[in-house]
Design a protein around this ligand. Structure first.
Ligand code: SF4
Ligand code: SF4
Length: 473
């Protein structure tokens, strides 16, 4: 029985409800009157429910699909402006006791190089990341109670926050580790994490159990209910995601929105972010082995529909996607991207050599340096942002949502983006990037509506040039 407020996975992600939703979407995919009504509702920027959004996903009428794209672009502009927040993943350990069939870290893979960073190695990795200019990390570790217990993760977080190298600092650590207990989530919260990210992989229970044949992750309910435990443990910024390609994308899309609706209904705050990874090649993983791969067109449509369905939720795209695909989906609603990522353990300080046995989780499709990514974003008209202000000001959960809903972005995110970009340009950028960036900052400062904020931002930008750091609104 479907119940959005239930705390049982099989009730808030009801298979029956998803099937009915897909049937409803199929029955209405050419119903222009209903489609227009849904698009009109989306224009009010209050989002769409899983049934409405699924109708738009099924609809193939070119002018309606086009209207969805235009709306996604407009909502992106209104809510996120032209800023793109940058981050990097940091792989702590690839020891894992699970049997996920799409990930090369699965227990039975005896070919991959197993590595776990020591605290000294973390210092080297983080120093290398700081030297690129990164301020925001997402830490990743396999599930292994012996090698990667919660104490290890907490120690790593502590080490990461303590490293101060030249003008560098990691100001926000997001965490992507396996589903765990309320008590452990509380410990993560106390360690000062930003967002807790956990991908569902697939919402289809039967497929889920087949794709996770062994290990603790096999338990669908424990995994699917993890975000509720995280919120109970005090983490109010959580990040959802599915791995597109594992099951039917329309099923996953409906499940994803139902999960977001559940969090909003029970905890009063929806997901902070949604990630949209697709299955990629890796050590012993061939994406062709999965039947449900999606085309770039479908991928773009999903991104646009996530944007219009949950306007307040940030959308993340990683270096799993190449430059071309990233360029296509940036205007449709993506608000965060990773840059210059290494998906191997220890790969920033010591990149793996060709002939070496790899420890990578997946092949990176976008291999550019952070400077190249920053340069590219600015040439496309975006402001690369290294902002971490909300989490550090305690603006998480519903307080962050209030910022978004009050449309204070131009008075808050915008100057923060410019100040953190200025830091990047001063400390890490190449000559060309610096030049483009300085001109961009001059232009963009003028767009701050509140005169007081504008004046303060001008002063801080000047102070950064003089060597001061870490200003925020
Ligand atoms: S997806 Fe995560 S849990 Fe599964 S094998 Fe990879 S690292 Fe382990
Ligand atoms: S001010 Fe908050 S919402 Fe805006 S970019 Fe910074 S961290 Fe994100």
């Amino acid at each position: 029985m479907y119940d959005v407020k239930s705390m049982r996975a099989e009730e808030f992600i009801s298979d029956e409800e998803i099937r009915e939703t897909l049937a409803y979407a199929d029955a209405n995919k050419d119903n222009e009157a209903l489609i227009d009504e849904i698009i009109e509702k989306a224009k009010q920027r209050k989002g769409l429910n899983h049934r409405e959004a699924s109708v738009l996903l099924a609809c193939e009428i070119p002018e309606k699909v086009e209207a969805v794209y235009r709306l996604a672009e407009q909502i992106k502009k209104d809510f996120y402006g032209n800023r793109i927040v940058l981050f990097a993943p940091l792989y702590l350990s690839n020891y894992c006791v699970n049997g996920c069939v799409y990930c090369p870290y699965h227990l039975k893979n005896k070919h991959i190089a197993r590595k776990k960073l020591t605290q000294e190695e973390i210092v080297k990795e983080v120093t290398a990341l700081q030297d690129m200019g990164h301020k925001r990390l997402a830490i990743e570790a396999g599930e292994d109670p012996v090698n990667n217990p919660i104490e290890y993760i907490l120690e790593c977080i502590n080490t990461i926050y303590s490293i101060k190298h030249k003008n560098g600092a990691i100001r926000r650590v997001n965490v992507n580790i396996a589903a765990t207990t309320v008590e452990n989530y509380r410990k993560l919260k106390d360690a000062g994490i930003g967002t807790y990210i956990l991908f569902q992989e697939t919402y289809h229970k039967e497929s889920y159990e087949k794709l996770h044949p062994t290990g603790p992750k096999h338990d669908y309910a424990y995994h699917t209910e993890a975000m509720d435990r995280a919120m109970e443990g005090g983490i109010d910024d959580v990040g959802l995601g599915v791995l597109f390609g594992l099951d039917l994308y329309r099923y996953e899309f409906a499940g994803l929105l139902m999960h977001a609706e559940h969090l909003e209904a029970v905890h009063g705050v929806g997901p902070h972010t949604i990630s949209v990874p697709r299955v990629k090649h890796a050590d012993d993983i061939d994406p062709a082995a999965f039947d449900n791969g999606i085309s770039d067109d479908t991928f773009a449509k999903i991104c646009a529909l996530i944007r219009v369905s949950v306007p307040y939720t940030g959308m993340i795209i990683s270096t799993r996607e190449n430059q071309e695909v990233r360029e296509r989906v940036l205007p449709l609603g993506v608000s965060q991207i990773s840059g210059a990522s290494k998906t191997s353990v220890g790969g920033y300080a010591e990149p793996e050599k060709e002939e070496e046995v790899t420890s990578e989780q997946f092949d990176v499709s976008d291999q550019r340096t952070l400077d190249e990514v920053v340069n590219w974003l600015m040439k496309l008209g975006y402001i690369p942002s290294f902002c971490t202000a909300c989490y550090r000001e305690g603006r998480t959960g519903d307080r962050f949502m209030a910022l978004c809903k009050n449309m204070q972005i131009l008075n808050c995110c915008h100057p923060n983006a410019l100040m953190t970009l200025k830091e990047y340009l001063e400390d890490y950028a190449s000559e060309e990037t610096r030049k483009i960036g300085m001109e961009l900052i001059d232009r963009e400062l003028e767009k701050i509506p509140n005169p007081k904020v504008k004046q303060t931002a001008y002063e801080h930008i000047h102070d950064i040039a003089e060597g001061k750091r870490d200003f925020r609104f």
